[in-house]
Design a binder for this molecule. Structure first.
Ligand code: MG
Length: 376
């Protein structure tokens, strides 16, 4: 089998009425082969210029991949990683190649990776709201749908999202309100998304520890390895770092050996696709740590995440970011651009698709609607 084409379809998505930009550009990468099998995924991370990224892909990467065997996934991954290209290009091509490999084998990707299970527990992950009552409403609504774990992106996110000064104590109050509402039996998590200084991290950490939260994610700056080591000496609640730490696998080794985090973390977009993230998960496994997989921003990349999660013994949750206007609940973020919906089983588990490849196809009617451009 040989790669015959790479192209990028651009689609303007209108976002739900939430804190954040009103539209976002989605860039669907397609890799074609001479056997009529194509692989797909979305390109790039939030904040990245996906049009520029798509142009780099077709100008600089495509000429080097045409004629390659798409099943040489490891070789292509290494080659792209050595070229100093944006890591998100390496990741997107990798996911599309796994999609091709599964379709060629007639197997879902999780079977190629070595399945450990066929359903994974969903952890819903809140969007950012201005009113604590909306967070409470969210947590109760997803619990009602059977979801067993819920994570907060708290009010201090408004500092970066809206330029609004918010005291860390507002997060403590919020975490208490949500705990009071859902009761002690429900599993809660806090993701501070790099918002705190050391003193704030310590205060919030002690509070959510007392409230029985399961982990405190990214309290300090992403590169503050020294601060995480120091913070861990003062807190019993598990700390999670490395979600956006750049440099891939080898850059994460010191986070483990210096005991700066209780988990490794990453997504298929920023950490080099299924291949890159799987290496990180195995690094964690060698130290008996979990590698919890981050929501991968777009539906097809989340699908890739789900297949990887189904193969890993050391990942407890499939994180699903729920982006909805206040008072509304659902999984539109997870499903946008897919031809079929994800289904939860009422026990908070999502079934991993058993169709070949990633197991779901892009929603071409939606994605080509209007003035969709193609980079090729
Ligand atoms: Mg996070």
């Amino acid at each position: 089998m040989k790669i015959t084409d790479l192209r990028v379809l651009l689609h303007e998505r209108t976002m739900p009425a939430v804190v954040g930009p009103p539209t976002t550009t989605l860039a669907l990468l397609t890799v074609d082969t001479d056997e009529g099998i194509s692989g797909h995924t979305f390109l790039g991370a939030p904040g990245e210029d996906v049009v520029a990224l798509g142009s780099t892909l077709v100008r600089q990467v495509k000429p080097t991949l045409l004629g390659s065997d798409p099943l040489d996934i490891g070789r292509i991954w290494l080659t792209l990683g050595r070229r100093g290209l944006p890591p998100t290009l390496q990741g997107a091509i990798d996911v599309a190649l796994w999609d091709i490999a599964g379709k060629a084998a007639g197997l879902p990707v999780h079977r190629l990776l070595g399945s450990t299970r066929t359903a994974v527990p969903v952890q819903t992950s809140s969007w950012v709201y201005r009113d604590p009552a909306d967070y409470v409403d969210d947590a109760l609504a997803y619990r009602e749908l059977g979801v067993t774990g819920h994570k907060l992106h708290p009010l201090t996110q408004l500092r970066s999202f809206a330029g609004t000064p918010v005291a860390a104590e507002a997060d403590i109050d919020l975490c208490r309100r949500v705990r009071d509402a859902v009761g002690d039996g429900h599993r809660l998590f806090l993701d501070a998304a790099w918002a705190y200084d050391f003193g704030e991290a310590l205060r919030v950490g002690r509070a959510v520890q007392a409230l029985g939260y399961e982990w405190l994610e990214d309290p300090l700056s992403a590169d503050d390895l020294y601060g995480y080591v120091r913070l861990k000496q003062h807190l019993a609640i598990p700390l999670m770092a490395t979600e956006i730490t750049s440099g891939g696998l080898t850059a994460l080794a010191p986070w483990v050996t210096q005991r700066a985090t209780d988990f490794l973390r990453g997504d298929v977009v920023l950490k080099g696709g299924i291949t890159g993230l799987r290496k990180i998960a195995h690094l964690a496994e060698a130290f008996h740590l979990n590698c919890e997989l981050h929501d991968a921003y777009t539906s097809l990349n989340n699908l890739a995440t789900l297949h990887l999660a189904a193969s890993l013994p050391n990942c407890d949750w499939f994180e699903v970011l729920v982006i909805n206007p206040p008072g509304e609940h659902g999984f539109s973020q997870l499903e946008y651009g897919l031809a079929e919906p994800f289904t939860l089983d009422g026990q908070g588990m999502v079934q991993v698709p058993e169709q070949p490849g990633l197991g779901m196809e892009p929603d071409w009617d939606l994605l080509t609607h209007g003035s969709a451009d193609v980079l090729r």
